[in-house]
Design a binder for this molecule. Structure first.
Ligand SMILES: Cc1ncc(COP(=O)(O)O)c(C=O)c1O
Length: 439
């Protein structure tokens, strides 16, 4: 690691324990200090290299420290170009980013706003939907996650993320479209989309009959990469629009080409969304979120002010624009599709050997493995999931975790990942499952 000296992990842990909020968790039993990154790899403070299959938390799309993004930032700083200015002045970078995003937008979504995060993007989406409809009620899904700010958290379907006295007024939850654990006890081949119909029942039973919006992730990220079928979204959008609501598609995790079809999964799944939100991989690690909106929703906001000090900052929008360029030029969406298939095929084979692997699911490079103690009872294997992640980490592979019970391994590497890296990822996971099985 060259000349750099890093504080010891113990010192950092002690500081965090004393001064951070107790809500700040760590992924591993023996946490690592990540100090360097390049492409699909990161290095810890001891110089150990890891294949990064989680990318922060699903934020690295084009690869760490991509040369084109580095050059762009260097150029901006070296030429003393404006690094920060608000949208109260004209600036080219924000337009460049907006233009590039609009090229990828589903039809009809032609208004753009930039924020600093996914939570803020959802806050803005909820506010716009409520303002446009004059209604307050937001219907969300159990097992969903839409952010840590007030309105976004109120639409979060996980008890662990909610706080005591967290206001959840004007929100209600529909049942989750979670095929592996269908809340209706059905199987996908004969379920007749009870979960979609439940959105209507929820509106009929827990609202006055009109709603402001329905919000859903095309693949439920924090929930453990739950990936409803395409048909679900069409059925739900019809219901939402029938009851006067706007459909908000939360692409904070699924966007930026990660799901291997279009830049936005809303487009690939032909979701009739009125608003799309995104963040994470959109800026390849830069703190930027975005909202795409139909003009008919946006125009209702005329006469009001929405201001966001850092939202649309040149430094962030430059990085988002360059990320979009790289994704296009390097055909990374296609790569996400191909590498995602390779991983899925490998994991499907592995399932035959390891009964702890209850379900493999997801889209593109947003893939989850749900671990269960028993295939029949589907008892959540939460401790085993943490152990599996630790074993993989010790073998040089970083993975993520999700699911209401923390029993879903999340795989979301940079979408620039190469074939040989996929093979080594699969090999490590195979060894880790074997070790886990030995106990
Ligand atoms: C689907 C989804 N929406 C919104 C958010 C909130 O984004 P942020 O943490 O950038 O505020 C997240 C974060 O994990 C997310 O997964």
């Amino acid at each position: 690691m060259g000349q750099n000296k890093f504080r010891s992990n113990d010192e950092l842990i002690a500081f965090r324990k004393k001064h951070f909020l107790p809500t700040a968790g760590l992924y591993h039993k023996e946490p690592i200090q990540i100090v360097k990154a390049e492409g699909e790899y990161v290095w810890d403070s001891n110089g150990v290299r890891y294949l990064d299959a989680i990318g922060g938390i699903i934020c690295i799309s084009a690869g760490h420290n991509h040369p084109k993004i580095k050059d762009g930032i260097k150029n901006l700083l070296e030429k003393n170009m404006i690094q920060h200015t608000s949208t109260l002045y004209l600036n080219e970078q924000i337009i460049d980013a907006a233009e590039a995003l609009l090229e990828e937008a589903p039809e009809g979504l032609d208004r753009v706003a930039f924020t600093n995060s996914g939570s803020e993007a959802n806050e803005l989406a909820f506010m716009a939907a409520r303002h446009a409809t004059g209604e307050t009620m937001i219907v969300n899904l159990r097992h969903s996650y839409h952010g840590g700010t007030s309105a976004a958290l109120a639409s979060c379907g996980h008890g662990t993320w909610r706080f005591r006295a967290q206001p959840v007024a004007n929100t209600t939850s529909a049942m989750e479209p979670y095929c592996y654990r269908c809340p209706f006890g059905k199987v996908p081949t004969s379920c007749e989309f009870e979960c979609a119909k439940n959105v209507e029942t929820t509106i009929q039973t827990s609202t006055h009959g009109k709603i402001a919006a329905f919000v859903a992730e095309p693949v439920m990220g924090v929930g453990g990469f739950i990936a409803p079928k395409k048909e679900y979204f069409d059925l739900v959008a019809k219901i939402v629009h029938n009851y006067g609501g706007k459909y908000i598609s939360d692409e904070v995790q699924t966007g930026a080409g990660r799901c291997g079809q279009d830049f936005l999964l809303t487009k690939s799944l032909e979701i009739k969304a009125d608003v799309v939100t995104m963040a994470k991989g959109f800026g390849n690690g830069a703190a930027i979120g975005a909202v795409l909106m139909k003009t008919e929703v946006a125009e209702k906001m005329a006469g009001k002010s929405y201001f966001n000090t850092f939202g649309g900052d040149p430094y962030q929008t430059l990085q988002a624009k360059l990320t979009m360029d790289i994704i296009k030029e390097d055909k990374l969406v296609e790569n996400a599709k191909n590498m995602g298939k390779l991983i899925t095929d490998g994991l499907t084979q592995m399932m035959k050997k390891y009964p702890i692997m209850g379900d493999v699911r997801g889209r593109g490079l947003l893939l989850g493995i749900e671990l269960v103690k028993d295939q029949k009872t589907k008892t959540h294997a939460s401790d085993e999931t943490a152990r599996f992640m630790d074993i993989c980490k010790d073998k040089g592979l970083l993975l993520g975790k999700g699911g209401l019970m923390g029993n879903v391994v999340r795989i979301a590497p940079p979408i620039s990942i190469k074939k040989d890296q996929v093979h080594s990822m699969l090999e490590i996971m195979d060894q880790a499952f074997a070790e886990l099985a030995k106990g």
